[in-house]
Design a protein around this ligand. Structure first.
Ligand SMILES: [Zn+2]
Ligand SMILES: [Zn+2]
Length: 348
């Protein structure tokens, strides 16, 4: 059996570089030589033993780009050396959701870096149907971020953001800052609420119409009064929650206008979070969830290719794969200067 090097998490709180079995591409599958992986909050949750889909030992990483190393039986359209972006799903293709085209809701959905080996390794296996050609002008590190770009696109499209809307985006991490750009591209006004000054500043640089830096001891009321002030007492057409804390999930209801929409991208992991359901009903709010992406990667890559989104500003650090754990610890530190971290598995 061929071997490869990988950043393995044998148990929560530890990453080691190890020699592991190299995946073999089966029918309809492709082996990708990984170039770049973006570290995600879910990788950090996995490292801390707090991700429900990640068991141990784990090879994490799901935001990735690379080149085709080998194709399995029945795969056409890809040859060795092709530069690709991986959409990190494995689906059955025959369940009711798959047959409806809603493959992100597949009953047997498996996510690369969660239930199956991820891209914090030399090689990763993917389904050929979820490989996308990397646009030549997009560098490998930025191409790896197509994954959260597609996820945020899926959420913003589901929320029905349209021209002239007033949208509140809570949180300007990777997902929030990408959602912000989709909201602005859709012709809407956006207010971004953040606790970190560097992220509020990023929102500003990305073109946010308004930024709200939460006062250290301030409560949610102050954000609500700002939103009401800016909307003539009406409230936001759409509220996008991209933090996933119980308090920010709860505050969404008070920010939306009557008949408005709440999009919950963030999730706390709690089986239930407090939300004022009486107001949801009496104000006829639409509260929507979102899972990954579904037919969004092609658009996301086109947005990158045509320069309609800024990914470069989000990337603050780049490390080699042997420094994966250091990268995760940098994320965990809460350092204001740490944004998206790229891990190189092989040179671009
Ligand atoms: Zn992710
Ligand atoms: Zn399915």
């Amino acid at each position: 059996m061929a071997k490869m090097r990988a950043a393995v998490c044998p148990e929560p709180g530890r990453i080691i570089m190890d020699e592991v079995e190299r995946p073999e591409p089966g029918p309809g599958e492709v082996l990708v030589r990984v170039c770049a992986t973006g570290l995600c909050g879910s990788d950090l949750d996995g490292y801390h033993g707090k991700h429900p889909m990640i068991g141990y030992p784990a090879i994490m990483g799901h935001e990735c780009s690379g080149t085709v190393a080998a194709v399995g039986p029945g795969v056409s359209g890809f040859t060795e050396g092709d530069a690709v972006v991986v959409e990190p799903f494995f689906v059955c293709g025959v369940c009711p959701a798959c047959l409806k085209g809603q493959y992100n809701l597949c009953v047997d959905l498996l996510i690369i870096g969660h239930q199956i080996p991820g891209s914090l390794a030399e090689y990763v296996k993917a389904q050929a149907r979820f490989l996308h050609p990397k646009p030549a002008c997009v560098p490998f590190d930025e191409a790896a971020i197509a994954e959260p770009l597609a996820g945020s696109l899926h959420a913003v499209k589901r929320a029905g953001v349209s021209i002239g809307d007033f949208v509140v985006v809570i949180g300007c991490g990777t997902i929030g800052s990408l959602a912000l750009q989709h909201v602005l591209n859709a012709g809407a006004e956006a207010l971004v609420a953040e606790v970190k000054p560097s992220r509020a500043d990023l929102a500003w640089r990305l073109g946010a119409t308004h930024t709200f830096l939460r006062p250290v001891a301030g409560g949610p009321e102050s954000l609500k009064s700002r939103v009401l002030e800016l909307t003539g007492g009406v409230g936001a057409d759409v509220v996008i929650e991209a933090v996933g804390k119980p308090e920010t999930l709860a505050e969404t209801v008070g920010l939306a206008r009557r008949g408005g929409t709440i999009m919950l991208i963030g999730w706390s992991g709690n089986p239930s979070d407090a939300m004022d359901m009486t107001s949801v009903t009496l104000n006829e709010l639409a509260v929507l969830g979102t899972l990954g992406f579904c037919w969004d990667h092609k658009t996301a890559l086109r947005l990158l290719e045509t320069g309609k989104v800024d990914i470069a500003s989000l990337i603050t650090h780049r490390v080699g794969i042997e420094d994966t754990e250091r990268g995760l610890q940098m994320m965990a530190s809460g350092d204001d200067q740490v944004g998206k971290i790229i891990v190189w598995s092989s040179p671009a």
